[in-house]
Design a protein around this ligand. Sequence first.
Ligand SMILES: Nc1nc2c(c(=O)[nH]1)N[C@H]1C(S)=C(S)[C@@H](COP(=O)(O)OP(=O)(O)OC[C@H]3O[C@@H](n4cnc5c(=O)[nH]c(N)nc54)[C@H](O)[C@@H]3O)O[C@H]1N2
Ligand SMILES: Nc1nc2c(c(=O)[nH]1)N[C@H]1C(S)=C(S)[C@@H](COP(=O)(O)OP(=O)(O)OC[C@H]3O[C@@H](n4cnc5c(=O)[nH]c(N)nc54)[C@H](O)[C@@H]3O)O[C@H]1N2
Ligand code: SF4
Ligand SMILES: [Mo]
Length: 746
Amino acid sequence: MAEAENRIAHRTCPLCEAACGLEIHVEGEKVSRIRGDKQHVLSHGFVCPKGVSLDRLHTDPDRLRRPLVKRKGAHVEVDWDEAYAEIEERMLPLIEKYGRNAVGIYLGNPNVHNQAGYLYVRPLIKSLATRNIYSSSTVDQIPRQVSSGLMFGSPFTMAVPDLDHTDLLLLLGTNPFESNGSLCTAPDFPGRIRAIQARGGRVIVVDPRRTRTARAADDHIFIRPGTDSLLLVAMLQAIFEEGLADVGALGKFLNGVEEIAAVVSRFAPERVADRCGIPAPRIRELAVEVARADSAAIHGRIGIHTCAFGTLASWAVDALSLLTGNLDRRGGSMFPRAAHSPSIVSAGGSGFQTGRWKSRVRGLPEVMSEFPAATLADEILTPGEGQMRGLVSVAGNPVLSTPDAGRLDEALAQLEFMVSVDIYCNETSRHADVILPPPSPLERSHYDVVFTTLAVRNFAHYSPAVFDSEGPSEGEILSKLTLIFGGQGAGADPGAIDEMLLRGLLEGHVADEESPVFGREIEELLAVAKEHPAPDAMLDVMIRMGPYGDAFGSRADGLSIGKIASHPHGIDLGPLEPRLPELLSTPSARIELAPPAILADFGRLDAALSEGDSSGLLLVGRRDIRSNNSWMHNIGSLVSGKDRCRLHLHPRDAASHGVADAEEILLVSRAGRIQVVVEVTEDIMPGVVSLPHGWGHDRPGTRLGVAQAHAGVNSNVLTDSERMDPLSGNAVLNGIPVSIESARPS
Ligand SMILES: Nc1nc2c(c(=O)[nH]1)N[C@H]1C(S)=C(S)[C@@H](COP(=O)(O)OP(=O)(O)OC[C@H]3O[C@@H](n4cnc5c(=O)[nH]c(N)nc54)[C@H](O)[C@@H]3O)O[C@H]1N2
Ligand SMILES: Nc1nc2c(c(=O)[nH]1)N[C@H]1C(S)=C(S)[C@@H](COP(=O)(O)OP(=O)(O)OC[C@H]3O[C@@H](n4cnc5c(=O)[nH]c(N)nc54)[C@H](O)[C@@H]3O)O[C@H]1N2
Ligand code: SF4
Ligand SMILES: [Mo]
């Protein structure tokens, strides 16, 4: 017998936005150990319990290796050709009979952690030619994209806090000690927070829970859920009133300061204090501290975005940063410069628009060509022309992750045909007639196309696959679906999509007079890129044509995918540098501080403030370092120990409701009711309760042996699909009015 080969593979962890470098020790075909890559240019050895469990995801016997097709109500394994043929035979007639919009698509979060999702989803959507496009964006970050689109011209021009240089970090509605950060790729967020403190800076956390991040901070401010927009706007008012507004050099290309000064004047701290649960002097003090700091970085996430005023709150974060001279400046909020070429954005166009078309049932505006995930069930359940009869779900688990989940669960059961591209048969994919499983993360190469654009330091890291895959790659699966829906048939060669993508990437560059490859032969450049198999060939084009790229030999010493790959610990591309006005793509080529949609939303904010507040309990979520949304609960080491799916309740509320620790209660909202065990804790604001999302693994028909034994309950049965941020379509997932009832039969 040949001796087992021992080697160390280096790769980016694809699980969360921190993008840590892993060192994977391999003996033969087995991983013997995973630890942090100490030499990684960004993570310097940091890892979390999920990253070191990647091999257990890889070896999980419940992870699907072959396609499943539903026969007589039960899933059976079939080969790939049979699975594709089934899709062609059953989905195409639906499209023919009911039209293109009858088949929708839902895209889940792992698509942004996987280059296949980045490259191959767009052609798939194009081939479906449907308006029924949904994704986890509308239960997550889309308010940030809308505010960025309105202010800077592109929904991808998002500022990130310059963690490594700031003197004051203000965090709102984010708990990076558990989540490891979001819209801010910063492996070892805890270490970076300690570094701010070590260099004499301060960290302030605004959160209705005393989180691990809050405990590590210098200051923690409790806030009533859903009121961050009011807090931030009142801080703006205070800054104008105190004469502290100073936009610095950005004044040369900035519109709208006077309009904003006028509109925020109605929101003095004294007016919002009670609603926020923060004394007015504290709000003023905070505003002055941000304005007077040598540098300040303000960052808000899930807690401020998944609210009724998510877009306004996101806008206010940038407005505060701009008006205190902290936007696009070291130590403030800055725009990263990733190594791959950006999707082409330019000033002077028609600008960022939403509402170009409306959803059928509720008339909700499209945002970034998507409808809100909160209306997916409506479109399936409501009869009439254009009713959805089929669905393609790629890397999503909306049955656990989107609001009014009980209703969506029922809706999916009524579809005539559903395809899931997923590694598990879980709460959502159990509804699918065909499940197509892509390879495990260790069986694919990785280049972080999304999170390098959100990193606190510019970097590039390529990792080859650790193991070969027996099945087709995710790109190939998505290409097959593209060809089927495009009418080329299940037998067509998926390589045709690679060829199309590659040519598409190159055509713009050779035709662009400003480009260093202007006028060169496409075939010549194609031949260079094709030295790598797809999708690396596409990445090679994007890297070569990117800001540090070699432009196919035109720029000596520039980057290519091969060059990046020759640095297994990544390449450091330096600290963030100012990028305005170069990056602006608004029609005016200026920053629009007062876009009409934002100005108009102040009227809604005013009305909401004038209305009375509900005095009842408000439900918020939370994350735990060992979870990853809904889908890592089948890994034993990540669910062992104390049950984590418990309702946090303040002792005062426990007493007033006559509820004891560890008691099971009924939690009731307008949308639904669930039975849950209470954990009484001082670490939550009175009047607020908290339950994590992503649990509820007790549905029949799934194949999740471990998760079923740690089922928990689905918090999204309680979240309400009627409540959303109208500017972005984002669901309200935090600040849900709930009441407690006895679980004991009366
Ligand atoms: N109440 C409440 N709800 C929330 C949130 C909250 O804070 N509170 N957070 C929201 C947020 S931020 C998000 S991003 C969403 C997530 O919403 P979703 O993306 O819908 O849900 P996930 O749990 O991430 O499910 C990911 C799915 O992808 C599959 N998968 C994993 N890896 C791969 C892969 O490589 N390829 C493929 N094809 N499939 C794969 C998993 O098995 C799983 O089925 O949930 C949202 N829901
Ligand atoms: N371990 C782990 N890591 C993850 C994930 C995971 O599920 N588990 N998911 C990943 C994904 S998809 C995302 S998008 C990111 C999210 O990353 P984060 O935004 O850091 O997400 P959370 O940890 O849920 O932190 C949200 C915080 O907002 C608070 N909050 C709730 N309502 C309000 C409010 O109205 N105002 C304020 N100020 N705070 C409020 C909650 O108490 C909570 O502490 O995490 C990513 N990383
Ligand atoms: S923090 Fe995120 S990227 Fe880093 S090891 Fe954990 S899951 Fe992976
Ligand atoms: Mo997310």
